[in-house]
Design a binder for this molecule. Structure first.
Ligand code: BGC
Length: 765
């Protein structure tokens, strides 16, 4: 755990340079706009430990699979979001000495991510052993509404002793990925040049052939006097301009870079450079201040619909805002081809690909804060991949249009290549079906379910009925050889969570088909498309009802999997602190044989299907499984927090909340340097809205069971729900609901309340 980030309600602050934590800070201070993102690498040369990262949405490379022992059915490649050409690069030489914070003496340093305005700032006062000193201050943004624009301003003040400053401001195409299976270069087909005083660079990804084009407008001034005669600085993989200046103590040099970044995902290849040039030129005519104002205005609109205000706890406030900020930086929901990688635009890990995280964790956040359309795009993404999911299942031997959605994907094809996950962690199919249910319940939009959603459900149901088999001794259907959400158990039989969600998928899909056959949808179209028949879905229902659910007869505990209680059961508190996290200290063999649970598994099921269980059952299982959970997946504490809230275990709920909210800011799992845990950030939001405020959907009504953690004065959040825009405030004594929409009826602690149009209601708790 680290504690070097200073608490502040709206800012992430590194008050002094922490060389050992540079890569962590590069992740934490990342910026992005849903279309591209940039780690907080320094603009100027830096030879210390760094993970350069500039990522463009949807631009990936299929890196040839590398495994120790090949298994039939493994995918050929792992899709990787690429570290794309560098748009922030500057090289500063002071009297011939390259400015490099790894070598210069840092007298003062401060890095600030202003989450309210969406701007990254850095200030430093530095000196060199040769005697020269200078101050730098930079700010930059990935523009929120000009989605293809990066802009930065970099100010140098000459301290003393420097006579000459050489500045090179450029686009660098010679970039690599840290994670490359065969140490390959992923870019080719470079084109560089200068047009209308704007350097440009284009390059294509190998194999996938995505083309990206960057164009740069440099604006450099000294003491407010614009410098016109910049010298071209063009190479095969780089394009920029440079200038050499005679300087004296106190001089102020301002460098502004406006960079248009276009990709063939959105622009015809032949137009990429022209469009990038136009983007950069327009930005240059607007100027940095105007751009910053526009950008901050859009951020302020984003905050207006999604901020959570916590009174009386700056650390918790910073935590939740940081999470919301990163989620908005990662996905804006305007393109159903895009999704939310577990690291977003903050690192290479997980390849920038899509996991079940999106459906299980992120969807509710975007539904409530960005609206139904954005949530729907996340569903459409999977619908677009249905054919590939069917092919994926066929590769594994499934028939009749059964679909197995990939564990990890960029374009619908499976990328994951560990058999115990690729072939066995099949519960992901369940989350994809659950998201359709979740979306429908929340939005009330039946149209998606009855047209597109049902196509996905049919294919998923067909998978489950083939994946189970009849057990003679048990006289029911069983599912062997699976990995549940708890990846610290592999190849197990009858994982309760997987069996339960499979059962639910079968009955839910059959229910929806019943509705369609009663005239709510177009059964004829579905029959023509999928050959579905009432006999088939009636069969699913029967199979579903007979899927085995392991429960211990004596204790009535749900069993994570058959035989779980045969393990040596010892609480996590028995593991010496020096051996945590166990995945960094224990052999895999020891982890697999232990009782320790990586992330919510049975509890994940009780969270999804809370309404199917008595509170007593949930409590019994929570009390048993929580002490055995090591939470070594960032996705875990939020689920425990929500359940603890609904069980009235408020201290536990708060403890788990803090763990998810500040997971990256405090580098809780010692892995933030690889990037931030973006998908679990939605879990932080869930821990407040579904946890502390107890928001649920109950028979088409919005329902709350709120409480306020004891060390908070109160908290406030906004949600969009159907036609409503609600502002909800909870303090120790009451809930206040401001309804900026038509009158509606909601449930509060299970009693009905009517909230009139455009009014604010105070209801005592
Ligand atoms: C978790 C998975 C998750 C993946 C990406 C893993 O550590 O166990 O559930 O999908 O990370 O976030």
């Amino acid at each position: 755990m680290k504690t070097y980030i200073k608490a502040d309600p709206w800012k992430v602050i590194e008050p002094a340079y922490e060389a050992a934590f540079q890569k962590i800070s590069e992740s934490l201070f990342s910026i992005g706009n849903g279309r591209f993102g940039q780690r907080a690498n320094f603009e100027e040369t830096f030879t210390g430990p760094t993970l350069p990262g500039n990522y463009i949405a949807g631009v990936y490379y299929p890196d040839k699979t590398r495994v120790g022992w090949w298994k039939n059915g493994y995918p050929d490649y792992f899709a990787k979001v690429l570290n794309a050409p560098d748009w922030i690069a500057l090289k500063i030489e002071a009297d011939g000495v390259v400015l490099d914070l790894n070598h210069w003496n840092i007298e003062r340093f401060r890095r600030v991510l202003d989450m309210q305005a969406g701007i990254l700032h850095r200030q430093a006062k530095v000196s060199h052993s040769s005697g020269g000193s200078l101050s730098i201050s930079s700010q930059r943004m990935c523009h929120k509404n000009r989605k293809d624009l990066g802009a930065l301003q970099y100010v140098i003040e000459i301290g003393k002793g420097i006579k000459n400053l050489k500045i090179s401001s450029y686009l660098e195409g010679d970039v690599t990925n840290d994670d490359a299976n065969y140490d390959e270069q992923f870019w080719e087909g470079y084109e560089t040049g200068i047009k209308n005083d704007s350097p440009y660079l284009a390059a294509s990804t190998k194999k996938t052939g995505f083309r990206v084009g960057y164009a740069l407008r440099n604006r450099i001034s000294i003491n407010n006097r614009a410098i016109k005669d910049l010298v071209d600085d063009i190479d095969i993989k780089r394009a920029g301009q440079l200038v050499s200046l005679a300087v004296k103590d106190g001089d102020r040099i301002v460098i502004e870079k406006y960079v248009g970044i276009k990709s063939s995902r959105y622009v015809a290849e032949n137009d990429i450079i022209t469009e990038a040039l136009a983007e950069a030129q327009q930005a240059d005519s607007s100027g940095f201040d105007t751009l910053a104002k526009e950008h901050s205005q859009t951020w302020s609109d984003n905050w207006a619909g999604s901020d959570i205000v916590i009174k009386g706890d700056d650390k918790a406030q910073q935590g939740i805002r940081f999470n919301i900020f990163q989620l908005h930086q990662t996905y804006s929901g305007d393109d159903p081809r895009l999704n939310i990688g577990p690291k977003g635009f903050t690192g290479e890990k997980y390849g920038g690909s899509t996991y079940w995280d999106t459906e299980a964790y992120c969807l509710p956040f975007y539904l409530s804060t960005a609206g139904a359309e954005v949530g729907r795009n996340l569903l459409v993404y999977r619908h677009q991949h249905l054919e590939k999911a069917i092919e994926n299942a066929e590769k594994l031997g499934f028939k009749n249009g059964a679909a197995l959605y990939p564990m990890v994907t960029m374009n619908g094809e499976e990328c994951h290549n560990e058999w115990e996950i690729t072939f066995e962690e099949i519960h992901r199919n369940g989350a994809i079906a659950y998201a359709i249910y979740d979306y429908t319940e929340y939005t009330g939009d039946q149209e998606y379910l009855l047209s597109k959603g049902i196509e996905v459900l049919i294919a998923i149901a067909r998978f489950w009925v083939q994946r189970v088999h009849w057990s003679k001794p048990k006289e029911c259907y069983v599912m062997h050889g699976v990995t549940g959400p708890n990846e610290y158990e592999n190849n197990i039989n009858n994982n309760w969570y997987t069996n339960y969600i499979a059962r639910w998928c079968l009955s839910y899909s059959a229910d929806v088909l019943d509705r369609i056959s009663r005239g709510e949808g177009d059964l004829g179209r579905l029959k023509a498309l999928t050959n579905i028949s009432p006999e088939e879905w009636t069969g699913w229902r029967k199979i579903g009802e007979q899927i085995y659910l392991p429960v211990d007869e004596e204790t009535r505990l749900i069993l994570q999997q058959e035989g779980y209680l045969d393990k040596e059961i010892l609480p996590v508190t028995e593991i010496p602190h020096s051996e945590r996290p166990i995945n960094q200290h224990w052999s895999w063999d020891r982890i697999l044989r232990s009782c320790y649970i990586k992330q919510a598994d049975v509890l994940q099921g009780l969270y999804f299907f809370e309404h199917h269980f008595e509170p007593d059952t949930i409590r019994r299982n929570f009390e048993f499984y929580e002490p055995l959970t090591v939470h070594e997946s960032s996705l875990s504490p939020c689920v425990h927090s929500i359940l603890a809230s609904s069980l009235g275990m408020r201290d536990k709920a708060y403890e788990m909340y803090l763990r998810t909210a500040r997971l990256d800011l405090d580098d809780y799992n010692n892995d933030t340097e690889d990037g931030c845990h973006i998908t679990s950030m939605a879990g932080t939001w869930l821990a407040i809205v579904k946890g502390f405020a107890g928001m649920r959907m109950k028979k088409g009504r919005l329902s709350f069971k709120p409480f306020c953690p004891k060390n908070w004065e109160g908290y406030n959040f906004q949600i969009r729900w159907r036609e409503q825009l609600l502002d909800i405030h909870v303090d120790q004594n009451k809930i206040t609901i401001r309804n900026q929409g038509p009158a509606f009826e909601m449930l509060l602690n299970d009693s009905k309340y009517r909230i009139p149009q455009d009014q604010t209601q105070n209801i005592p708790l």
